[in-house]
Design a protein around this ligand. Structure first.
Ligand code: ZN
Ligand code: ZN
Length: 272
């Protein structure tokens, strides 16, 4: 019985394809114990696109109260958000986080050099070393700054849409940046998310080992990192809890024994 710390609905996330009933039935089919709904909030998104990148948090909160009544007792829904980091937004984001009773807050980076790599592909011309190092360095800024959040979202996001023969994010690509990131996260007690949508992406590309790079997790552990959250980043019902069993096995093999989720912004530990 897992807790999925990362999911989106089409009610408030422009790119999601499931409504709340779909999410509830998907979560029940995946035998999840709890799902944290983490609608997108990317303020000052730099590009003009059709789908909104932020939501009206007041209406999201009101809807969430309704959703609680739709969910069966066997499934716990939690109120979360995924915020898209930019350095100028920290105070604005901290105000939002203080003003709503979130259970869990994910801070993510969806931009590189201020643009969205999903829409503007030129950044990939830099090659994996330069690009991935830059992305991980940007995460260091998030983890060591004054942002009020719980989970650092998908550290491997930049690799998800990469056109390289092997897109996977490896520790050895930028070991110094990873070390600095992990030290900052451990110091600020932030959780490292294993985003299983990235696993799904690698699997769909036919990668022979779609699980995260062992060395990334082993180094996190070696430096003292223990806080890990599982998030499917589901945008459709079949994504909920996807690859959680495989990930549990993978983490256990590496010597991790607990998973962390957040409720009322407090860490909750589950034995793996
Ligand atoms: Zn994201
Ligand atoms: Zn997401």
């Amino acid at each position: 019985m897992f807790i999925d710390s990362h999911s989106h609905t089409k009610h408030f996330s422009g790119d999601a394809r499931m409504n709340i009933s779909d999410l509830i039935s998907g979560a029940l089919s995946a035998s999840l114990k709890a799902v944290v709904i983490t609608e997108h909030y990317d303020d000052d998104y730099p590009h003009k696109i059709d789908t909104p990148m932020t939501c009206d948090i007041e209406s999201y909160y009101e809807s969430f109260q309704q959703w609680l009544t739709q969910s069966p007792p066997s499934l716990e829904l939690r109120f979360g958000i995924e915020m898209g980091y930019q350095s100028g937004l920290v105070n604005r984001y901290n105000n939002i986080v203080q003003n709503y009773p979130f259970d869990s807050v994910i801070m993510s980076s969806h931009l590189i050099y201020g643009i969205d790599p999903y829409l503007f592909r030129d950044c990939y011309d830099l090659g994996p070393k330069e690009l991935y190092s830059k992305y991980i360095s940007d995460l260091v800024e998030i983890a060591s700054g004054n942002c009020n959040f719980d989970i650092l979202g998908h550290y491997d996001y930049i690799s998800r849409y990469a056109p390289y023969k092997d897109c996977k994010m490896y520790y050895d690509i930028c070991p110094d940046e990873f070390d600095t990131l992990f030290r900052a996260m451990i110091n600020s007690e932030k959780s490292l998310e294993i985003n299983t949508r990235s696993i799904s992406k690698l699997r769909s590309q036919g990668h022979d080992n779609p699980m995260p790079d062992d060395r990334i997790l082993l180094r996190y552990k070696e430096l003292g990192g223990t806080i890990i959250s599982l998030g499917s980043d589901a945008h459709s019902p079949d994504g909920l809890g996807q690859y959680f069993n495989e990930t549990r096995k993978f983490l256990k093999q590496l010597g991790f024994d607990i998973l962390t989720s957040y409720k009322n912004r407090k860490p909750q530990m589950t034995v793996l």
